[in-house]
Design a protein around this ligand. Structure first.
Ligand code: NAP
Length: 320
């Protein structure tokens, strides 16, 4: 019988820990952590994500400041980030991605003070992760690892295959699995014989953004499957193909015109896997919990501010 990895419950535990941390600060007379959220444009999905993040802040006692910008130039956004960097009352800065066309997200993210980079996407934090050192790490991968550990799933010596090599999920989770002593292979759109590679995986992480790409026949019996993908399917023909073993998904698609699913064909995969995350209710809730944990960590970290050439930003330190 497959074990369903319940991301929602684990996220609730993580949020309760953050809340306790914020309360501990309050008992010491310290201010709550503060997250600044920057939302540019009118993308409906981004608005939903931002609402969720603001609500999670409220639920954990973290203060949030929202900067909604209907249409901003690169210079305006960089000026806002620079202002938030200098604001001693702001601990974390989150720029909701994707940015509208014409804006350079990578350049903007590089301008965030690494000590406030709660998405863990600044090259300084990426470098710290690469070096196995303390820093702010991308929320989704670190929360996934935290959940696997909470379930007592051993990663040591295990063969892990990560589908996807993005900076936000694929690459960081691969490094974190390596840190946990797994033997890691990273696959991507040019990888040959993806099914054959996946069949070798004791742990399969799918972070691709292709609905139902991973078939049941790709899964090694007893494997742990972490499905990071969140896809909205509204194509009936595709739905009929990928939801053959998920009649409920197909029913929802027929009734509502669209349905959320992961990169893995859940019904097929759960007949073979030892453990699996569902979509929704698996990795999704973990991301916001990870963001709250990072905001508290950023607030609590003892930093020393060292100017980096061209940035004037703070970096992680061991304290004074
Ligand atoms: P991304 O930046 O688009 O990266 C997708 C990766 O998948 C790329 O490395 C790409 O390879 C690879 N890929 C695409 N098609 C493939 C194929 N047919 N076979 C093998 N590899 C393929 O996406 P992302 O930001 O990492 O997100 C991935 C998925 O996770 C999305 O569905 C996203 O919505 C979801 N997500 C969920 C959460 C959450 O909270 N649960 C958080 C973040 C992301 P190349 O590099 O060769 O192009």
């Amino acid at each position: 019988m497959v074990l369903i990895l319940d991301g929602k419950s684990h996220a609730e535990r993580m949020l309760a820990e953050v809340r306790a941390g914020v309360e501990r600060r309050a008992a010491l007379g310290l201010r709550p952590p503060c997250l600044a959220v920057v939302l540019v444009g009118e993308d409906p999905a981004s608005q939903v994500y931002v609402r969720g993040k603001i609500a999670a802040c409220a639920g954990t006692g973290i203060r949030s400041v929202e900067h909604r910008i209907a249409a901003g130039t690169q210079e305006q956004l960089e000026a806002l980030v620079a202002e938030l960097n200098l604001d001693p009352g702001v601990d974390g800065i989150l720029v909701q991605l994707p940015l509208p066309g014409g804006l350079d997200a990578k350049h903007l993210l590089r301008g965030i003070d690494p000590a406030k980079d709660v998405d863990g996407l600044h090259p300084v934090n990426q470098g710290l992760l690469l070096g196995g050192q303390r820093g702010l790490r991308p929320c989704t991968p670190s929360a996934c690892i935290s959940m696997l550990k909470a379930y007592g799933i051993s990663l040591k010596g295990k063969r892990a295959v990560v589908l996807g090599r993005s900076e936000i999920v694929g690459k960081p989770i691969s490094l974190m699995l390596l840190e946990e002593h797994a033997t890691v292979t990273i696959a991507h759109s040019r990888t040959e014989d993806l099914p054959g590679l996946c069949r070798q995986a004791d742990l399969l992480v799918a972070a691709v953004g292709r609905p139902g790409l991973v078939e049941g026949s790709w899964i090694k019996p007893g494997a742990v499957v972490v499905d990071v993908g969140i896809n909205r399917v509204d194509d009936l023909e595709l739905g009929r193909r990928i939801f053959q073993a998920d009649p409920r998904k197909l029913e929802t698609l027929l009734a509502k015109g669209s349905v959320l699913c992961g990169d893995v064909r859940f019904g097929e995969a759960s007949a073979v896997a030892g453990a699996i995350t569902p979509v929704p209710g698996g990795v999704g809730p973990l991301t916001i919990a990870g963001l709250m944990a990072n905001t508290l960590q950023a607030c609590e970290a003892r930093l020393h501010v060292r100017a980096l050439p061209g940035h004037g930003v703070g970096v992680w330190g061991d304290g004074e």
